[in-house]
Design a protein around this ligand. Structure first.
Ligand SMILES: [Zn+2]
Length: 494
C-alpha cells in the first residue's frame, strides 16, 4: 500500500447509479429506495427476514472478546451497541448497561470483529466444460454474511455492473450482505484463459479502462496474469491519480518488478511469483507447471525469497493470502463438509466431487509441499514487517465457497503457524488498515458494530470459527442459520 501517494477514499462513496435503477431490478420486495447505509428501521422486509436482533441499544453480556488488535482474549465482557456503533466494551460490571438495552446473555460465546475478506469474488466457476464463471449475486452475499464476513473486497470482477448494483442494494437495505468494496474488471493482457476478460491493447487502453471504471464507482483494480509492464505502469499511474488502489494476480511480471512499478498489493503470495523461474522472459507468463517445479525446490528462508520479501516490505506492498483455494488442489483436502455440499447446486456438487476424486488419486501432486511453502512465506513476510491480508478466492474447481472459505483461511493461517489471535488480527484489522477504513476491523468504542458471535472459543480451537450464531452489521444481528438455509442448492446457479 502506498499510503503517502494518495488520499484515502472511504467506502461510503455512493455508487454512480441512481437508487431507482436498483429498485427497478429488484422489483419484488422493494417498497422504497432507502438512502445508503440505511439504519435498521429502513431494512426491506426481504432483509428483515434474516434479522434476529434489532434494537436501538443492544448489550452482549458475558462474552469472551477477541478484539482484532492481536491482544489476548478477555473473558466475561459486556459490549454495548448503540445506533449501529460500538458504544462501550469492558468487563462485566464495569460497563453500564443502559436500562433500555436489549440484553443478550451469551455465556460460552466469543465475539470477534466482522471478517474483512480481501479476495472475495462474487463469481464461481461455471463447471467442467469451459473456463467460465457465473455471478452469484444471490447466494454469495448471503454466504459471506452468514459466515461472519461483514466487509469484503471483490478483488476482480466478471460482472462489475452487477457488483456495483449489488453494493448499492445492500447499502440501501434491500438485499442482505456485507459492505462491498468493488474492484473493477480484470486488467488482463493478451493470453487471457477465459472469454470473460477484456484484453488490453496497450498502456493507453489500460489507463482508459481505469478511468472509465473509476468513474463508475469501483474503488480498486486488479492486474492479471498476462498484463505487460508498460500496461501495468500505465494502470498504476491512473489508479493512483484517482486515489484508489491496485492489486495483482501476476504471472508475466515478477513481484519485485511489480513493486518497483508501484503496485499496492499482491494476490496469492509466493505461489504465483514467477521471478524465480530460470527461463522467465520479461512480459511473458511461464507455464504453471514450470513455476510449480521452481517453487517446490525453492528455500523460503534462502537469500532469493528473503530479498523479495524485504523489497515488498520496503515498498509497502501488501500480500493477500488465499490458502483455501490452494488447499483444494492438494489431494483429499479440505475435509469434506456437509454444509459446503449442501450449498451447491446438484451439478456443481457433482463436478466438484468428480474432480476432487481425481485429485485424490494423484500420488505425485506438488501441492502438499507447495501449500507448506506458501504458509512459510506468509509467516516470513509478516515477521519481516509485511502487511498480510486474508482472502479466499472462491474459484479453483469449486471447492472453496464464499464465506466458508474465509473461515477456512483463518484456520489455515493457524495451521501455518500463526496463533489464533494473530490469525484473527490478519483477517480483520489488517484488511481495515489496507482499506483505510478505521471504522471496521476491531472491537472498540466508536467502531461500527460489525461483530461475529461464535459458539465456543476460537482463541483455543480455531475450528470454532465455523460455529457462527449471529452476525452484527451496523448493529443489526443477522441469524447465520437462516441465511445459510436460504442458499441450499443454489451455488453454481445464482
Ligand atoms: Zn481471484
Amino acid at each position: 500500500m502506498k499510503t503517502p501517494k494518495r488520499e484515502p477514499r472511504r467506502n461510503t462513496r455512493p455508487a454512480a447509479l441512481p437508487a431507482g435503477a436498483v429498485a427497478g431490478l429488484l422489483a419484488a420486495a422493494l417498497a422504497c429506495a432507502a438512502p445508503a447505509m440505511a439504519p435498521a428501521a429502513q431494512l426491506a422486509p426481504a432483509v428483515r427476514a434474516y434479522v434476529a436482533v434489532e434494537a436501538p441499544v443492544v448489550a452482549l453480556e458475558h462474552v469472551r472478546v477477541v478484539d482484532g488488535s492481536g491482544a489476548p482474549p478477555r473473558a466475561d465482557q459486556t459490549i454495548v451497541l448503540r445506533g449501529g456503533r460500538i458504544a462501550a466494551v469492558g468487563a462485566a460490571g464495569a460497563v453500564a448497561v443502559p436500562p433500555d438495552a436489549k440484553v443478550l446473555d451469551l455465556k460460552g460465546a466469543t465475539v470477534i470483529p466482522g471478517l474483512v475478506g480481501m479476495h472475495d469474488h462474487m463469481f464461481y466457476p461455471a463447471g467442467r466444460r469451459a473456463p467460465l464463471y457465473n455471478e452469484q449475486a444471490y447466494s454469495f452475499p448471503r454466504l459471506y454474511l452468514a459466515c461472519g464476513v461483514t466487509s469484503l473486497r471483490t478483488t476482480g470482477s466478471i460482472e462489475p455492473y452487477t457488483d456495483l448494483q449489488l453494493k448499492q442494494a445492500i447499502d440501501a437495505g434491500l438485499v442482505p450482505g456485507p459492505k462491498l468494496h468493488v474492484t473493477g474488471p480484470y486488467l488482463e493482457g493478451a493470453g487471457a484463459y477465459t472469454l470473460q476478460m477484456h484484453v488490453l491493447r496497450g498502456p493507453e487502453d489500460a489507463a482508459r479502462t481505469v478511468d472509465y471504471w473509476a468513474g463508475e464507482g469501483v474503488t480498486s483494480f486488479k492486474a492479471y496474469m498476462h498484463i505487460t509492464r508498460a500496461e501495468l505502469a500505465a494502470a498504476v499511474a491512473a489508479v493512483h491519480r484517482h486515489g484508489l488502489t491496485i492489486t495483482g494476480h501476476l504471472c508475466s511480471i515478477g513481484f519485485r518488478e511489480a513493486a518497483a512499478l508501484g503496485i499496492d498489493d499482491l494476490e496469492h503470495g509466493l505461489m504465483v511469483d514467477t521471478e524465480f523461474d530460470p527461463d522467465k522472459r520479461p512480459d511473458f507468463c511461464p507455464s504453471q507447471a514450470e513455476t510449480a517445479r521452481t517453487l517446490a525446490a525453492i528455500d523460503v528462508a534462502g537469500p532469493q525469497v528473503q530479498a523479495t520479501i524485504r523489497d515488498l516490505v520496503a515498498h509497502h506492498v501488501a500480500v493477500t493470502s488465499t490458502l483455501p483455494v490452494f488447499e483444494t488442489f492438494a489431494p483429499n483436502r479440505p475435509p469434506l463438509e456437509q454444509r459446503v455440499l449442501q450449498a451447491m447446486s446438484p451439478e456443481a456438487r457433482s463436478d466438484y466431487l468428480t474432480r476432487r476424486a481425481l485429485i485424490g488419486e494423484q500420488a505425485d501432486s506438488p501441492w502438499p509441499v507447495l501449500l507448506k511453502k506458501e504458509e512459510e512465506f506468509e509467516r516470513s513476510f509478516v515477521a519481516a514487517g509485511g502487511l498480510l491480508l486474508a482472502g479466499e478466492d472462491p474459484t479453483g474447481y469449486g471447492g472453496d465457497l464464499a464465506g466458508f472459505g474465509d473461515q477456512r483461511e483463518v484456520e489455515l493461517l493457524v495451521e501455518g503457524g500463526f496463533s489464533p489471535v494473530a490469525a484473527i488480527h490478519i483477517a480483520t484489522a489488517n484488511g481495515a488498515r489496507f482499506l483505510h477504513d478505521d471504522r471496521i476491523g476491531a472491537i472498540a468504542p466508536g467502531k461500527d458494530a460489525d461483530l461475529v458471535v461464535i459458539a465456543g472459543d476460537p482463541a483455543r480451537n480455531i475450528a470454532d470459527i465455523e460455529n457462527v450464531k449471529l452476525v452484527f452489521k451496523d448493529g443489526v444481528g443477522y441469524d447465520a442459520a437462516r441465511l445459510l438455509a436460504d442458499v441450499h442448492g443454489t451455488v453454481g446457479i445464482y
